[in-house]
Design a protein around this ligand. Structure first.
Ligand SMILES: *Cc1c(COP(=O)(O)O)cnc(C)c1O
Length: 361
């Protein structure tokens, strides 16, 4: 077959076992999934109430322009409606960006071991990736990333807060980077965990768009909003960039149910506030626990923590799975001897501490 040569060197995304499969395999009563940074508190009750009463007409194609949600996001984000693109998760927007900006001979620049889809989609489009190691604090090394840009660079990926390290960059660092960055290089600020960031660490990304036509920020309803199963996210950039991406975008790429749920979810900011507060409380408690057992971690601005482990992450992963917890071993994320744990509910985190304490003895 005459497929792209690169495809034989890449693998399809390999998801972990489904919770019920693990439960059966290990004879567990229940399994707590702390592996994919989903919202452990569910999603807004308002979404459920509304969808039960007013399910969209499923026999009709969705509104390809996403008009109602577009107006709501424009108001919420204080941008114009022509600055927004919606996707089936922000992951689809990453894919669209690569399809629009990457081809053979081009490269993209990212932090090493950051979100895997930047690299995967770059390679699928025939480009190459320059991966720049993070600093000793786990942060993007924006100076080194800046130096890595060459005349064939079309996209730079900045994951802020970063997955998997949970760290953020400062406004000063970002603006210095943007000043240096060639105007024809698209800078993607992936803000999938923005809703979890503490006030002092927040970047007001949309206010920089006026100064930088080559900036785009990505947001999602999958994490804090708790709608990962519906697949909807969006990008906010300048109209010219958004126009190019819209040419590539499929005509009906988000479903009517997802559009409606996202609209209601966006309107329930009380749910987001509550999620953030609970997450912060549990995160602080878990920091104290990690300090006590002497496991190093990067302080996180997200709903997950990246932790160094005294043995291989795979070993901790296996031990935890046998005790009813699924987490992400660092080996799968490019870092050995570490794990990434989503912050769970109060009860689940208490239980996790008990289990980890036994392991560390
Ligand atoms: C989860 C995640 C996304 C995308 O999630 P979608 O469900 O596709 O919206 C994007 N970037 C990062 C860094 C993530 O962790």
């Amino acid at each position: 077959m005459k497929q792209k040569a690169i495809l034989s060197q890449l693998t399809a995304y390999k998801q972990g076992k489904q919770s019920h499969e693990i439960q059966e395999a290990y004879g567990l009563d229940r399994i707590v999934k702390l592996a994919s940074n989903e919202n452990v508190y569910g999603y807004s009750e308002k979404v459920k109430d509304y969808l039960i009463k007013q399910l969209p007409e499923l026999n009709i194609y969705p509104d390809g322009y996403t008009a109602e949600l577009r107006t709501a996001v424009a108001n919420y984000s204080q941008v114009d409606e022509n600055q927004i693109i919606f996707g089936s998760g922000s992951e689809e927007i990453i894919q669209i960006i690569c399809r629009a900006f990457v081809f053979e001979g081009r490269n993209t620049v990212m932090a090493a071991n950051s979100f895997s889809q930047y690299k995967h989609n770059t390679l699928v489009e025939g480009g190459t990736v320059k991966e720049i190691p993070v600093t000793s604090e786990g942060s993007h090394d924006l100076e080194a990333m800046s130096e890595a840009i060459d005349e064939n660079t079309s996209v730079v990926w900045i994951c802020n807060p970063d997955n998997p390290t949970g760290t953020t960059i400062t406004e000063k660092e970002l603006l210095a980077f943007m000043e240096n960055c060639p105007k024809d290089v698209l800078v993607v600020l992936d803000e999938a965990y923005k809703e979890f960031v503490e006030e002092d660490f927040l970047l007001d990304s949309h206010t920089y768009l006026a100064a930088y036509a080559n900036l785009i920020s990505l947001r999602t309803f999958s994490k804090a909003y708790g709608l990962a199963g519906l697949r909807i996210g969006y990008g906010i950039g300048n109209p010219e960039v958004i126009h190019s991406l819209n040419v590539v975008r499929g005509p009906f790429n988000t479903t009517s149910v997802a559009q409606l749920a996202a609209l209601i979810a966006l309107g329930d900011q009380a749910f987001i506030k509550e999620t953030k507060e609970k997450n912060n409380r549990e995160k602080q408690k878990f920091y104290a626990f990690l300090d006590e057992i002497g496991w190093h971690y990067y302080p996180s601005q997200t709903n997950f923590i990246y932790v160094s482990t005294p043995v291989s992450g795979m070993e901790v992963f296996q031990y935890l799975i046998e005790n009813g917890f699924i987490i992400r071993p660092g080996e799968l994320l490019g870092y050995p001897n570490s794990i990434r744990i989503t912050i769970g509910t109060e009860d689940d985190m208490k239980e996790l501490q008990c289990v980890l304490r036994k392991f560390n003895k």
